[in-house]
Design a protein around this ligand. Structure first.
Ligand code: PLP
Length: 404
């Protein structure tokens, strides 16, 4: 990537330089950093709504309007003002993956019947909490879950999360795949599916949904793979009989680098249209990343700039523990100066304040002379950042703001 592309690919109307100043959601990012202090996550409510509407729009254009629904995967970002905002848009339900997430979604205004629940390794305590929320739709991901839920709620309708042994993920990143050649804990494999149906029958459970989520971050080049996965999963639908809904999980990705092309939603919708045509099934999608990731920035204070051997390091006042995706999944969150006038940049490594070798935010950042700069902003920090933060080195503090 050269300097021009580093500064070009991510700019859009609500995130761009105006007269050399970085603006986001109609505000000067420098003014946000000065007012809020750092580290701080800022989220744009308008961008979140746009992302949901764009997805709905593509589905509607493919003739799937009444046949598809969206459940926001709240594990991506559970900031309470954001959840309340999402409820008010009326554009999505919730995908929850723990009893605490169900309680939190309800506390933010979602009704239990807005919530689809898909989790793994459920304890008796988890199940007892879930059973108190009449209307939450339970997707069972193991024989254990079917048995345990059946004992608590005999005669009810459930979903079964299946594992098609086929995965998907951004640029073949296998850390992002939940299914594939390696056997994973997620979902019930074909080899155990007949037994799953027998257990469901034993408790009088009706299998109304087949669910699969096989990986994260897919973009347009992976759509053919998604289609193959969906086609393959109809064997589970057909074997179960009486299935009304299919949940294709989340996994819709956003670009992280200049080389990434945005996910073509029209092609995604066309693929769904092709696969589900004439089947009379309702389709659920539960995206997290796609709704939130590019709607958030992480604002950081510059701490130092120093050359060590041949590498220029730029330090900032927070580390990978408050936004672990770059370190855990090699997903780059590109750093930006808050002022930029196209003057020549040097290549630097942006690093955090945690005593771990993996605490590198970004290698190969094109940054101008930062002597007069006080802050940087990282893009794509809206999902799986604050939600996955830890207090490692007792540096877990940050603020969050939802911008309207
Ligand atoms: C079952 C399930 N559904 C949906 C999602 C959301 O995925 P994404 O944020 O990639 O859309 C996840 C993420 O881990 C998941 O495990």
């Amino acid at each position: 990537m050269n300097q021009a592309s580093y500064y070009r690919w991510w700019q859009r109307e609500d995130l761009c330089y105006q007269q050399g100043r970085l603006c986001f959601a109609g505000r000067s990012v420098q003014a946000l950093a000065d007012q809020f202090g750092t580290p701080a996550f800022v989220y744009s409510a308008a961008r979140v709504r746009d992302n949901l509407q764009r997805l709905h729009g593509a589905l509607a254009a493919a003739g799937l309007a009444g046949q598809c629904s969206l459940h926001y995967a709240m594990k991506a970002n559970r900031f309470a003002p954001l959840l309340t905002f999402l409820k008010q848009t009326g554009l999505c339900g919730i995908d929850a993956c723990s009893p605490a997430e169900v309680e939190h979604a309800v506390s933010c205004g979602f009704a239990p019947h807005d919530i689809s629940f898909t989790a793994s390794s459920l304890s008796a305590r988890d199940l007892a909490v879930l059973a108190r929320y009449e209307g939450v739709f339970m997707d069972c991901d193991s024989l254990h879950a079917i048995r345990a839920w059946g004992a608590l709620k005999p005669g009810t309708k459930i979903g079964i999360r299946v594992n098609p042994a086929m995965g998907i993920g951004r640029a073949a990143n296998d850390k992002l795949q939940y299914a594939g050649e390696a056997t994973t804990k997620f979902g019930i494999y074909w080899e155990q599916f007949a037994e799953a149906l027998d257990i469901a029958k034993l408790y009088g459970l009706q299998v109304g949904k087949i669910h699969f989520h096989t990986g994260c971050g897919y973009l347009t080049p992976q759509l053919a793979q998604l289609e193959q996965i969906i086609a393959h999963c109809f064997r589970f639908v057909d074997a179960a009989g009486g299935v009304e809904r299919v949940n294709i999980g989340g996994g819709l990705g956003v670009p992280h680098l200049a080389a990434d092309e945005p996910l073509d939603l029209d092609r995604l919708a066309a693929a769904l249209q092709r696969q589900f045509a004439g089947r009379g099934l309702h389709v659920e999608i539960e995206p997290g990343d796609y709704i939130l990731k590019d709607a958030g920035l992480l604002l950081l204070e510059k701490t130092f700039v120093e050359q060590k051997k041949t590498t220029v390091f730029v330090g900032v006042d927070a580390g990978f523990n408050i936004a672990p995706e770059p370190a855990y999944y090699s997903l780059p969150f590109q750093p930006l100066p808050l002022c930029y006038d196209q003057s020549p940049c040097t290549v630097a490594s942006v690093v955090g304040n945690i005593n771990e070798a993996l605490d590198v935010w970004y290698e190969g950042a094109w940054l101008p002379d930062l002597s007069a700069h006080t802050h940087l902003a990282l893009i794509n920090a809206g999902a799986y950042s604050a939600a996955m933060a830890s207090n490692h080195c007792m540096r877990g503090q940050f603020k969050e703001f939802l911008l309207f």
